[in-house]
Design a protein around this ligand. Structure first.
Ligand code: NAP
Length: 353
């Protein structure tokens, strides 16, 4: 040891905890396991995770219904909030200690994650770490659906399916900011909450034919934008809900959710029942259709950055209001999955180490 120089003290645990999806199956396939502490390589940033978002895709991946998911055993998780713990060569060391939010291409449900600086944004100071972890996936998805691809304008109307979920509440915030009239389908237990959040017309799609209700509410005209994460035959019905110049945004297949063979059969059924849109039909009815898969936008960080900055600005201005329904510890990950599968969540579910 050189005289006068203190030995470097390793303050970080050598093993970090992660939620591992060990194989396809029910919630019992989720385990908290230890893994070696990551070291930053050139250009890397390591974040000590304070909260990680749980998304519907994590559930579909556990059920074996998510083709984009990593091979199992794997650590899922697309988004985190936390504190920069260390940086690799070529990254500004002043970032250490900064509170941030980040997009992670899997692996977020872990005590530490390794990312590139372009995946990271300042955490809005007014938000808790739990609220901040609810921002990236839900709000970017809603932002692209409504603003970038759906082009929703003031005075237009939107129908949001799963309006009480994470993406649904995010879409509601953005639709209200744009000055649109809002219709939303959700389980009836969520309607009161949704009205308080500003939804103009909640529709109970579990016990009613939502299309008839919507047509009645809109004098038979329908709406300018429908965002539909349910998939399969449901997309055909959502297409029928469009008014002239209407757009349908398709972005998920919630209807397939189930464990084991049942889920595989539901996914096959959804695939078989997907509508085909003929150009002449779109042309003559003045309609547009589009799809969104945020997970396929990783190669476009220069697009995502200004969207995310708008969202963070929205937090500061008060119209982006991430809502965390429940926080579960890593050890309770199975309960967190079961909570969403039972359709009990309103807004976001987050996991904390
Ligand atoms: N393409 C993309 O880039 C992208 C990005 C993010 C999310 N998504 C998709 O958007 C949807 C919502 O995601 P989220 O993370 O915000 O989840 P979420 O909406 O917070 O949670 C699920 C909710 O969906 C509703 N739901 C409808 N069908 C269901 C089913 N068969 N099983 C369980 N719940 C069902 C339930 O609410 P109600 O019963 O009240 O409706 C439930 O509470 C998912 O399909 C997800 O895959 C896609």
């Amino acid at each position: 040891m050189i005289a006068g120089v203190e030995p470097q003290v390793e303050v970080r645990a050598r093993e970090m905890r992660q939620i591992v999806t060990t194989q396809n199956g029910g919630v019992d396939v989720l385990e908290v396991r230890e893994a070696p502490d990551p070291r930053p390589g050139k250009g890397d940033v390591i974040i000590r995770v304070r909260a990680a978002g749980l998304n519907f895709a994590d559930i579909l991946a556990r059920q074996g219904l998510y083709p984009d998911g990593p091979r199992k055993p794997c650590v899922m998780g697309y988004e985190v909030s936390g504190i920069v713990d260390s940086v690799g060569e070529g990254v500004n060391p002043d970032l250490v200690g900064k509170s941030v939010i980040a997009m992670t291409r899997f692996g977020g449900q872990s005590e530490f994650v390794t990312i590139k600086a372009t995946q990271m944004f300042d955490k809005p100071q007014s938000l808790t770490f739990e609220q901040a972890a609810a921002l990236p996936v839900n709000y970017l998805t809603a932002y692209v659906l409504l603003i970038v691809m759906g082009s929703l304008h003031e005075g237009e109307s939107i129908l949001m399916h799963n309006a009480g979920g994470g993406v649904g509440l995010a879409a509601l915030d953005i639709a209200r900011k744009l000055g649109a009239v809002t219709y939303g389908t959700a389980s009836p237990s969520k309607h009161e909450f949704l009205k308080e959040r500003g939804l103009d017309f909640p529709i109970d799609y579990r016990n009613q034919d939502w299309l008839s209700v919507l047509k009645e509410l809109t004098n038979g005209r329908g709406v300018e934008l429908v965002i539909d994460p349910i998939g399969g035959a449901h997309w055909k019905k959502s297409y029928a809900a469009l008014r002239h110049t209407g757009r349908l945004g398709m972005f998920g297949v919630s209807s397939a959710s189930a464990t084991g063979l049942k889920g595989k059969l539901k996914l096959l059924k959804a695939a078989a029942q997907m509508p085909r849109f003929h150009p002449l039909g779109l042309f003559n009815k003045n309609r547009g259709v589009f799809g969104l898969n945020l997970g396929h936008l990783w190669h476009e960080p220069e697009k995502i950055a200004p969207w995310m900055r708008d969202i963070v600005r929205g937090v500061e201005e008060g119209w982006i209001r991430p809502y965390v329904d429940r926080t579960f510890t890593f050890a309770e990950a199975g309960d967190a999955h079961a909570y969403i599968e039972a359709r009990r969540n309103i807004g976001k579910v987050v996991l904390v180490p």
